[in-house]
Design a binder for this molecule. Structure first.
Ligand code: FMN
Length: 348
């Protein structure tokens, strides 16, 4: 058992990323039941609805699960309101994951409620700060990752730098993980586990739009790119998405409404270049929306129930750990961890 699994009470040292429009109650509960770290995305959820969602997961799984906040999107005050609403509903053993650094008040709220805090960072400096704030687990995100990017380093370089400075910290990596062999490779390089997002986008229980699921299954790594295009609602943060008609056009089109997403019986218009991903209640020009996707998509080839995916990753992981496959010294290890590509941020 790795330190990540022990610290969060998991059978497999794998966290499912909290993903706005994708990781709802069903995905979170299924991943948790299967023995990995199911996580509910709170993203822009209002506090009362967020509390309801956490209660729903708690009734659907007896195993640990997490809730995910994105303070840089909500702002610190709204993030604290979300936390104050959900923490009383989170069963003992549950955890909180934060995309980027939370402020001291949010950290205190989580600590007072007695839950471990998992902070995702993309730089060595932010890793130092998160540990200083009292994070129990760090998720080190590399530029291979799908979604918004917290740094500019390939994941293995970030892991090596943080591990060298913090030999005893509990570290998971994010970016490039889609198989048990990828996970074993990360552990062999000094991680205590990993977080995967793209792997779970096409899951049966994911609330991603069917077209988004289809494209992730079909895509290979080079169908993704880093851009700053989808900045409405989440500015100043480059993100890795699937190429689409907007990412290949030189001129920025008007930010008129191109789609609608229904939440709790109410329609929310989606402007072109919105940061919102298409969910299963979105209608409109889905192909123009931000479909966040990591380079690991090459190895995401089917839509399965999440339990099947977790069981397969577990089998592959245990076999790779037994045979030493996936360790940095075995042939093929670099082939399954494609971090070498020199990435350029497409600034448009
Ligand atoms: C569709 C999608 C949505 C995401 N939304 C969030 C989010 O709401 N909160 C968050 O902490 N991270 C989010 N992420 C980023 C993940 O936390 C993580 O860094 C990433 O999924 C790891 O790379 P991978 O997708 O290649 O596994 C998202 C990623 C994807 C693919």
């Amino acid at each position: 058992m790795t330190r990540l699994a022990a610290r969060l009470g998991l059978e497999l040292p794998l966290l499912q990323a909290g993903m706005g429009a994708v990781a709802g109650t069903a995905l979170c509960a299924e991943v948790s039941q299967a023995g990995a770290g199911g996580t509910l995305a709170l993203y822009k959820e209002r506090p009362a609805r967020a509390a309801r969602l956490v209660r729903a997961v708690a009734t659907a799984t007896a195993r640990p699960f997490g809730v995910n906040v994105v303070p840089e999107v909500t702002g610190p005050a709204a993030c604290l309101e979300q936390l104050r609403a959900v923490l009383p509903e989170l069963p003992p053993g549950g955890f909180v994951t934060s995309f980027g650094l939370p402020d001291a008040e949010a950290v205190r709220a989580v600590a007072t409620a007695g839950h471990p805090l998992v902070v995702q960072v993309g730089t060595l400096a932010d890793a130092d700060t998160a540990l200083g704030l009292g994070a129990a687990v760090l998720v080190l995100q590399g530029i291979e990752a799908g979604g918004h990017l917290l740094g500019r380093l390939p994941v293995n370089r970030l892991l090596a730098a943080v591990r060298a400075r913090h030999p005893h910290a509990v570290l998971a990596v994010a970016g490039g993980i889609a198989t048990g062999r990828d996970l074993a490779g990360a552990v062999a390089r000094g991680a205590d586990g990993a977080m995967a997002g793209t792997l779970f986008v096409p899951a049966a229980e994911s609330t991603a739009h069917p077209e988004f699921k289809r494209r992730v299954v079909q895509a290979v790594a080079d169908d993704t790119l880093i851009t700053s295009l989808f900045d409405i609602g989440w500015p100043h943060r480059p993100h890795r998405v699937l190429r689409n008609p907007l990412t290949i056009t030189a001129e920025r089109a008007p930010a008129t409404f191109i789609a609608t997403t229904r939440v709790d019986g109410r329609d929310h218009p989606v402007p072109r270049y919105s940061a919102a991903a298409p969910g299963d209640t979105t209608t409109g020009r889905i192909e123009e929306m931000a479909m966040y996707c990591g380079r690991s998509c090459t190895r995401v080839t089917a839509r399965h129930p999440a339990a099947v995916t977790v069981a397969r990753v577990r089998r592959q992981y245990e076999s790779a750990r037994r045979t030493g496959e996936g360790s940095p010294d075995t042939p093929g290890a670099t082939r399954t961890n494609r971090t070498e590509e020199p990435h350029r941020i497409q600034e448009r």
